[in-house]
Design a protein around this ligand. Structure first.
Ligand code: FES
Length: 530
C-alpha cells in the first residue's frame, strides 16, 4: 500500500501513513489530539485543519489522504491546547508574583518554566511548559525503572516490604524524573534551576513511591491509601533537581487503586460537566474507568497488566521510534505504519490492538484467540498473508514485519502474545461491564466513550470495538482523548482554578470495588472472547 508524508504545522511533526487514512488518524499518529466532539461524523466541525498548499480548510475526520500534505492545526482544533493556553497566563502571573516576591523580591526576573509529569507504572512522561504563557516546549518519556522490581503495582508493593526497599523504589523514580527533566532542559537550552513548579499525576502506588509514603496497606484489603490528599513539597524533600525554592505539587488520589492520573484525566476531559452518560477509560498497566454524568460519578479499577503498553509481548515496546503503531489489511496483504517512518523493530499498544483486529478479520485467530489451522488458512488466504504464518519457539505466530535489509529484526505476534492481550482487554471490558451493571445501565445507555492512555499515539476505534475492548456502542460515540492524565497534570501545573476543580472532583467521584463482585469471574471469562 502506498504511504504518504504528512507534516503538521506549526509543530513541524512529520509522519508517514498509508493511503486512505484520515487526517484525524494521521494527527493522532503525530501525537496531536484533535477536538472530535461528534466522534468523527463530520458534523461538529471542531476538527478543522488547513491544507497549507491550498490555503483551504478541511475537516480532519473526513479528509482521506491521497498525497503528501502539509497541514496547519489551529489551537481551537486541538483537544487540550486551547484550554491549557487559556489557563496559562493567569497562573503564570500568580506564580511570578509568588516566586518573585517570596524568594527573590525582584520586580521582574528570570524565565519561568514548569513541568507536568505522569508517573505511570510502565511509562513515565514529562512535559516542559513555559509558565509565562502556558506553551508546551517539549515532551520526553522513559520506561519506569521500577519495572526491574515487578511490572505491575502489586509486585512493586510486595517488593517495598522493608524501609530500605521502599527507599530504593523511591530513589529509582526520582532518578528517572530527574533524567527526564534534564533531557527537557537540554532540549530547551535552559537550566534545571529555571523550573519552578512541577505538577505530578500517577496512580496511588506511584504517587506514594514518589513521595516515599508507605505502600504496604495498598496491598491488602481494603487497599487503603496512606493519603489521598494533594501535596505541595519542596523539591529537596524528595530529591528533584529544579529550582530549590520551587514547588512540587502532587494531585489528589481518588482511592487506593484509582489515583491522581485518573483524576487528572477526568479533569482534562471536563467529566464533571458531562450532560450525557460518559465513560472515561484510561488504559495503562492499571486500567481505570470513570462512569457517570455531572450529577454523579463512579470510578473503578482493573488490573490490565502492561501488555497494551507493549510489555509482556515478545516483540512489544513503548510507543517510540521504530514501533508499529497501526496495522491495516486489504485482500492481498497487510500493511503497517511505523513511528518515525523507519524499519519496524517492535509493536506498541495501538499497533497490537490493530494487529489483533486484523488477524480476527482474516481468520488467522478465532473468537477464543486461538490460531486457526495453518493448512486450512493456506487454502483461504492470499499468498502474501500465508507467508506471514510462522512458528516461534514451538508456538503459532504471525509475522508483521522484517527482517529488514538494515539488520532490523522480525516483528511478530505469538499465541502467547495474543493471550496476554486478551487478559488485558478482558480486564478493562470486565471493569466497564460491572460498573454498568452496578449502575443498572446497558452499554447502549452510554452517550460518550472517552478513550485515554499512553499506549501509543492513536487507537482506531473500529479496532478497539472489534477486539471487544470497549462496550458495544456506535463508533461515533467513541472519542480518543490521548494522554488525558498528562493534560490534567498540565492544567494543575498552570492553573490554581484547575487545582480547586481537582479537589472538588476527587470528593465527587465515588470508588466502586468491582473485583469483589460475585459475577467477576464469569464476566471476566466471557470478556476474554473476541
Ligand atoms: Fe470532525 Fe466532528 S467534524 S470530528
Amino acid at each position: 500500500m502506498e504511504h504518504f508524508q504528512i507534516t503538521f504545522n506549526p509543530d513541524g511533526r512529520q509522519i508517514s501513513i498509508h493511503a486512505g487514512a484520515t487526517l484525524l488518524e494521521a494527527a493522532g499518529q503525530a501525537g496531536i489530539i484533535l477536538n472530535t466532539v461528534c466522534g468523527g461524523k463530520g458534523t461538529c466541525r471542531k476538527c478543522a485543519v488547513v491544507l497549507d498548499h491550498q490555503a483551504r480548510q478541511v475537516l480532519a475526520c473526513q479528509h482521506r489522504i491521497e498525497s503528501d500534505l502539509a497541514v496547519t492545526v489551529p489551537p481551537a482544533s486541538r483537544l487540550y491546547e486551547h484550554k491549557i493556553l487559556e489557563e496559562g497566563p493567569a497562573v503564570a502571573g500568580r506564580l511570578r508574583l509568588n516566586v518573585y516576591r517570596r524568594y527573590t523580591g525582584e520586580a521582574s526576573g528570570p524565565v519561568l518554566f514548569g513541568a507536568a509529569v505522569d508517573v505511570g507504572t510502565t511509562t513515565v512522561v514529562a512535559r516542559l511548559l513555559d509558565l509565562t504563557d502556558g506553551r508546551t516546549i517539549a515532551t520526553e518519556s522513559a520506561l519506569n525503572p521500577q519495572t526491574a522490581h515487578g511490572d505491575d503495582v502489586i509486585s512493586r508493593i510486595a517488593y517495598a516490604e522493608s524501609e530500605a526497599k521502599l527507599a530504593a523504589l523511591h530513589k529509582l523514580i526520582i532518578h528517572c524524573v530527574n533524567r527526564l527533566l534534564a533531557r527537557l532542559c537540554r532540549r530547551a537550552s535552559i537550566d534545571p534551576e529555571d523550573i519552578y513548579e512541577v505538577s505530578v499525576v500517577g496512580n496511588t502506588t506511584m504517587n506514594h513511591l514518589l513521595l516515599k509514603l508507605p505502600v504496604a496497606q495498598l496491598g491488602r484489603s481494603p487497599y487503603a491509601a496512606h493519603s489521598l490528599d494533594a501535596r505541595d513539597v519542596p523539591p529537596e524533600e524528595i530529591g528533584l533537581y529544579m529550582n530549590p525554592v520551587g514547588n512540587v505539587h502532587t494531585v489528589e488520589n481518588i482511592a487506593g487503586f484509582v489515583g491522581a492520573d485518573t483524576l487528572g484525566a477526568a479533569l482534562a476531559v471536563d467529566i464533571e460537566a458531562a450532560d450525557g452518560m460518559t465513560l472515561l477509560v484510561d488504559i495503562g498497566t492499571n486500567g481505570e474507568l470513570v462512569l457517570g454524568t455531572k450529577d454523579r460519578l463512579y470510578a473503578a479499577s482493573c488490573a490490565a497488566g502492561p501488555a497494551l503498553e507493549g510489555a509482556r509481548i515478545q516483540c512489544g515496546g513503548r510507543a517510540a521510534e521504530g514501533a508499529i503503531e497501526a496495522v491495516v489489511a486489504d485482500e492481498a496483504d497487510i500493511d503497517i505504519d511505523v513511528i518515525g517512518s523507519r524499519p519496524a523493530r517492535s509493536i506498541c499498544g495501538s499497533g497490537l490492538i490493530d494487529a489483533v483486529a486484523v488477524m480476527l478479520d482474516l481468520g488467522v485467530i478465532d473468537a477464543t484467540g486461538r490460531f486457526a489451522d495453518a493448512e486450512w488458512l493456506r487454502e483461504t488466504l492470499a499468498p502474501a498473508i500465508c507467508a506471514r504464518l510462522t512458528e516461534k519457539d514451538g508456538q503459532a505466530a504471525f509475522l508483521l514485519a522484517g527482517p529488514g535489509d538494515e539488520g532490523t529484526p522480525e516483528v511478530f505476534l505469538t499465541q502467547k502474545d495474543i493471550r496476554e492481550m486478551q487478559l488485558a482487554k478482558a480486564a478493562i471490558a470486565t471493569g466497564a461491564k460491572l460498573l454498568l451493571k452496578k449502575l443498572a445501565l446497558q452499554a447502549g445507555d452510554i452517550r460518550h466513550v472517552l478513550l485515554a492512555g499512553a499506549f501509543g499515539n492513536y487507537i482506531r476505534k473500529e479496532s478497539a470495538l472489534r477486539v471487544r475492548l470497549l462496550p458495544d456502542v456506535p463508533p461515533e460515540r467513541i472519542r480518543f482523548v490521548g494522554n488525558a492524565a498528562l493534560a490534567g497534570a498540565q492544567m494543575t501545573l498552570l492553573s490554581h482554578a484547575a487545582r480547586a476543580r481537582a479537589k472538588t472532583l476527587a470528593r465527587k467521584i465515588q470508588y466502586i470495588e468491582i473485583a469483589h463482585e460475585k459475577e467477576f469471574q464469569d464476566t471476566f471469562a466471557d470478556s476474554m472472547l473476541f
